[in-house]
Design a protein around this ligand. Structure first.
Ligand code: DHB
Length: 396
């Protein structure tokens, strides 16, 4: 311990994903110092395929927040999605229903924009650190870590933000008696692919079929992202291209629509569950993003929730450092969880409405179709979906 080099900052941020980097960026703009520590390398994060939909509020944080306006040039605005069931597509018109849009802009690009901005602004972001442990979260927090060159440090901070993802080391430091974990498991997972093919449609297609769910998303003119429902124990090695395209064909093709096929260049099984850690704060440790909650991917809410957390948390730090008041820091967990639970409900609802359980009986299948019809045939039903998908107002 005596050989550790001592570093001091105001906010130590664990994790250089979108939540950690965005928080560091917002703090820097307000003149508040932070150090970001990340166990993965920059390259490893940049090469991980993640989700792709940003709410307008998230786009505003990037553009108006001074990170980058690349999303407006390289991203694609989507004014609606298609819900497809019984072989027919039904458009949910976000603009017509709630006057909003979303942007297709992969999380990898959000990360690249944020990491480039932090670098250009001289931010202290350390990748590939090892042996990071947090201490004294109820008093004067410290982080011990070893940097990529093997130098050992003690980082002293007023606060620690745990933005270290769904396998967070930070959150397990909170005493069990002081927190509650909420879980929900689902009996399915997603098989995700990247394929070299043109776009199959202008907008995303969320498809329900008797063979299970499929999602036709996009990346570029020549590479597409698509998913189909699979068993959580599925092994990608059991799936060659013919079998993969058969799965998509049986779930989305019909009535004149055909998914555009091409070489599969990436395949992964994505397991998911609903999880909430409450409260999102203990002492001087604040949790943000996947460290505090995960949602199933069907509503495209994960990244947007993470960015909302840091927007709310930043207001707390900003108010504390400019006025000395802890009111907004004390309100952080409640304010953030308000949106987290709305997103949990929406993601759970989309997941259960669109996936087909292996043991679904005739009643459940017919009821599910009744639910889908009640959404697409009612302005009120569609508007709930449109409002939740594009992001609830009040959070901007
Ligand atoms: C993508 C992922 C999602 O979970 C979703 O709901 C929509 C799009 C994507 O990766 O493109």
């Amino acid at each position: 311990m005596s050989q550790r080099k001592v570093l001091t900052t105001q906010v130590a941020i664990m994790g250089a994903g979108p939540a950690g980097l965005m928080l560091s960026h917002l703090l820097a703009r307000a003149g508040i110092e932070s150090v970001v520590l990340e166990i993965r390398s920059h390259q490893e994060i940049a090469e991980t395929v993640r989700a792709g939909i940003l709410e307008a509020g998230s786009v505003n944080m990037l553009v108006d927040g001074g990170v980058s306006d690349r999303v407006l040039r390289d991203g694609h605005r989507h004014d609606g999605i298609e819900l497809r069931f019984n072989g027919e597509s039904h458009r949910i018109d976000f603009q017509g229903l709630v006057g909003e849009s979303v942007w297709l802009y992969p999380q990898t690009d959000v990360f690249l924009d944020l990491s480039a901005r932090r670098k250009a602004d001289g931010g202290d972001v350390r990748y590939a650190v090892t042996d990071a442990t947090i201490h004294d979260i109820e008093s004067k927090p410290k982080v011990w870590f070893t940097d990529a060159d093997g130098v050992e440090y003690e980082l002293r901070a007023d606060f620690i933000t745990g933005a270290d993802g769904s396998r967070s080391h930070c959150r397990v430091q909170i005493p069990e008696a002081q927190r509650k974990w909420y879980f929900h498991e689902y009996p399915f997972a997603w098989f995700g692919i990247l394929a070299e093919a043109p776009r199959s449609s202008e907008e995303l297609i969320y498809a329900n079929s008797e063979h299970g769910f499929a999602l036709i998303s996009q990346r570029t003119e020549t590479v597409q992202r698509m998913y189909f429902q699979c068993d959580p124990g599925e092994d990608v090695r059991n799936w060659d291209e013919d079998r993969i395209w058969d799965a998509f064909r049986s779930r989305v093709n019909g009535n004149g629509f055909e998914v555009k096929e091409g070489p599969v260049i990436d395949k992964t099984v994505l397991k998911f569950r609903s999880f909430v850690h409450a409260p999102m704060r203990h002492g001087n440790l604040f949790l943000a993003g996947d460290a505090a909650h995960t949602v199933p991917p069907t509503g495209a809410k994960g990244l947007n929730l993470a960015l909302n957390d840091v927007r709310v948390l930043f207001e707390g730090f900003d108010s504390f450092y400019s006025t000395g008041s802890t009111v907004l820091l004390d309100a952080y967990s409640g304010r953030a969880l308000d949106r987290v639970w709305k997103a949990q409900q929406f993601s759970y609802w989309m997941t259960s409405m669109l996936h087909t359980a292996a043991d679904a009986d005739d009643f459940s299948r017919a009821r599910q179709l009744g639910e889908l019809h009640s959404v697409v045939s009612s302005r009120h039903g569609s508007a709930y979906l449109a409002e939740a998908y594009t992001g609830w107002p009040g959070a901007r």
